[in-house]
Design a protein around this ligand. Structure first.
Ligand code: 3EB
Length: 342
């Protein structure tokens, strides 16, 4: 059996070269700065650059590391790296008048790569959508355009669980659509829902012709690790109860609902409903990304997050649009397994 290669992430400064701890290797990076692009860096790993930083907000590099030196590659619109247990894939789509066919094609190519390389279990995705609540060349909202193409791609993806992975869908400060996914070979993802929220893949048609393809969270059960020792990935979470936005126009109350949604999602009651005998608190969440729609809301959202997450949580704030124009904040993070360092 393949051993657990210890996937970990940390946030590093955007300036300079990321330096993983001794014995660790970079699988892939995501640069939250001012540029757009996908490449293999001079260090040899894939890097997705997304224009998401702005004055007063964060700019940083998310660095995924493992204990085994990965193999890397480029194919079509994709860049990837894999270490025998974990696969990192990023894709980038240039600005288009209509995204649906291209999103379908590129996501299908990513799912085909996942199969071909032998990492069939996708456990986390991030989807970065430029001008997310703007309109495409046919007058359709770009998020809906994206969601339709992604749903078509997911229709032909299946690792046997029948469900979609945890994900984030979020705006950027640029154009075009890009994504990152993490998948594994021997480990098993367990996709989770939140009893306070309608599963996104069951949203009614008022939000678009196709529902979004993601779970509220994914617990990774890593190969060769003790059961329950893997990270719990928390999807981008917004002020939605059932399927409806609540507290339109009130960022303080929206942030409270987001924090309550995450607390419920990771808490003992919700996990017990999925057969997991553990429970977590907001203080256990790390590598937190807080997406704030209006820059003037940053101080109050920051104060609420500071009071809710633990003192060791890395929290970054980005000023970008969320996928419904009445959503003012979206928050994601993860509850690490027993190890979390560089
Ligand atoms: C929501 O709950 C808010 O389309 O991949 C959160 C996480 C959201 C992921 C996605 C969208 C996505 O519907 C938006």
């Amino acid at each position: 059996m393949t051993h657990h290669t210890g996937l970990l992430a940390y946030f590093a400064p955007l300036d300079g070269i990321p330096q993983p701890a001794l014995g660790r290797h970079i699988l892939g990076t995501v640069a939250f700065g001012e540029t757009t692009g996908l490449s293999l860096t001079a260090q040899g790993h894939p890097e997705l650059a997304i224009p998401m930083s702005s004055p007063g907000f964060a700019s940083f590099r998310e660095v995924w590391t493992t204990r085994v030196k990965p193999e890397v590659g480029l194919r079509g619109e994709l860049a990837y790296a894999h270490d025998g247990e974990y696969l990192f894939v990023s894709g980038a789509i240039e600005p288009l008048g209509v995204y649906r066919p291209k999103v379908r094609e590129v996501y299908e190519s990513a799912f085909a790569l996942v199969e071909e390389l032998g990492y069939p279990h996708i456990f986390r995705m991030w989807n970065f959508v430029g001008d997310i609540i703007g309109s495409n060349a046919e007058g359709q909202e770009i998020y809906q355009d994206f969601v339709a193409g992604r749903a078509e791609a997911f229709a032909s993806y299946g690792d046997g669980t029948g469900y979609m992975p945890a994900a984030t869908g979020i705006g950027t400060r640029g154009e075009g659509i890009s994504f990152t996914l993490l998948a594994c070979r021997e480990g098993r993802p367990q996709h989770l829902e939140n009893q306070r929220q309608t599963p996104a893949y069951h949203y009614p048609e008022q939000y678009g012709p196709k529902p979004p393809s993601f779970a509220r969270a994914t617990r990774l059960h890593p190969a060769g690790a003790r059961y329950g020792d893997g990270p719990l990935f928390v999807s981008g979470t917004a002020s939605i109860l059932g399927h409806e936005t609540v507290h339109r126009g009130d960022v303080v109350k929206q942030t409270e609902v987001v924090l309550d949604n995450i607390a419920e999602l990771i808490g003992g009651r919700n996990l017990a409903a999925a057969g997991l005998d553990e429970g977590h608190e907001l203080k256990d969440v790390r590598l937190v990304k807080v997406y704030v729609r209006h820059d003037e809301d940053l101080p109050v959202v920051r104060a609420q997050c500071r009071d809710s997450f633990g003192p060791d949580a890395e929290i970054v704030y980005l000023n970008v649009a969320v996928c419904r124009n009445d959503l003012l904040v979206e928050i994601e993070g993860l509850v690490p397994g027993p190890e979390l360092s560089r």
